[in-house]
Ligand binder design. Sequence first.
Ligand code: CS2
Length: 495
Amino acid sequence: MKESLRLNQQNLYRLPARVARPTYDRSRVKVGIVHIGVGGFHRSHQAFYTDELMETTGTTEWGICGVGLRDADRKIGDILKKQDHLYSLIVKHPGGQMETRVIGSLIDFMLSCDDPAAVIARMAHPETKIVSLTITEGGYNFSPATGEFDLKNPDVRHDLANPMLPRTIFGYLTASLQQCRSVGRPPFTVQSCDNIQHNGDMTRRMLLAFAAKQDPELARWIEREVCFPNAMVDRITPVTTPSDIEYLDTECGVKDEWPVTCEPFIQWVIEDHFCGARPAWETVGAQFVPDVTPYEKMKIRLLNAGHSVLGLLGSIHGHATIDGCMADPLFATYLRRFMDFEATPVLDAVEGIDLDDYKDCLIERFGNPNIKDNLARICLESSSKLPKFLIPTITENLTRGGSIEYATLVIAAWCFYSDKGTSRHGAPLDIVDDLKAELNKAAADTPRDPLSFLKLKPVFGDLVRHQTFTTTYTRMVNALYENPDIARQMQTILF
Ligand code: CS2
């Protein structure tokens, strides 16, 4: 095989034919979207849709300028710059086929700490119609227990004191919206692409809480003028591995330092609520609806909660990946029963979607043996995921007298996981969580006080006061500490 080529604009048309690539003229594309948080998910989802849009319609208004808010984003910034912001997306099918396409919609990248004023100006630029976000569940800076914006966060305090040198997304949005307002320019739309129910409403509420502290009049203007469409986003995007880079190099003839891999499935359901112009993403498969509520609830309570069920139980059992769990009939059955008996009864009907088909499709997606989605990624930041993905299913079932056993075992497993940090065989687990120390401390008291883990109020709220729940939980957590064979407890619940 020929020497492989570095991915950049100059080599784009010399890459081997099996690699698809943009045919639109990237030099004519203007920045219409500033995106905060250029992780794998943004690159497999929104940037993919936008690339398809440019490819099929020839529009040049919707190029994306990525922004990194953390110093840790320097690496992706440097790589993108070397590659003229091009990257490869490898779609991995269950049967083993791989489709590779170079994505061209990202046309610039800025690291905010290098030049805050330039980022503010870019966001406030008249051509920027949308500022979109993937800042993860934890990025919204609210207390899970009260739901209120956390004004005590040191970065938030810094931003309130230094409006032109912000660190947080709220500081950047406020400063740039202030700039729009001061020159009488209409604002941009703020579009969240995170896995949060009512992600637009959440962004709006958090931003208004921040802005009101900074400049109440500006807050009122934002409240009146800025749109925050809610959306449901979906595409499983595992962490890129060295073997993905190697595959591109040896099999596809492309040297790409940070490609992205994903599953074939993709979905984006968006409320059509934008302040100004927006891309016609519906021409490339996105769905615009008046109310996204039932879609997002279905996705979060089945897919994301399902992931957490497998992630925590599987980690203790000693599984490494989602497809590894799904190949184990005990885990596959457990997951389906959790979905059927506990998650589905508290879901609303979703127009045009048959929930059984949706669940069948999920089972197939989770089973895709080529995705190899790591349980460590799934369990990452569980303290901001479980309060949204899983705990509401428990509390709603408590209210209606429904089953809670399947989900409760997951909480007990999470306690064991946070305390021991190992699988049942003692193999260390890679735990990444902002509340890691707090979780560990609360869990470590379990042998003395079985309910100690639940006393972590920011995570569990008032769950510890529900007697039906604590009785079930105590039984499970005690059994687990006596014998960490999680499979045995799963069997007890199943049969
Ligand atoms: C996962 C998601 O983070 C998680 O817990 O469930 O990253 C999931 O893979 C995506 O939401 C799929 O759209």
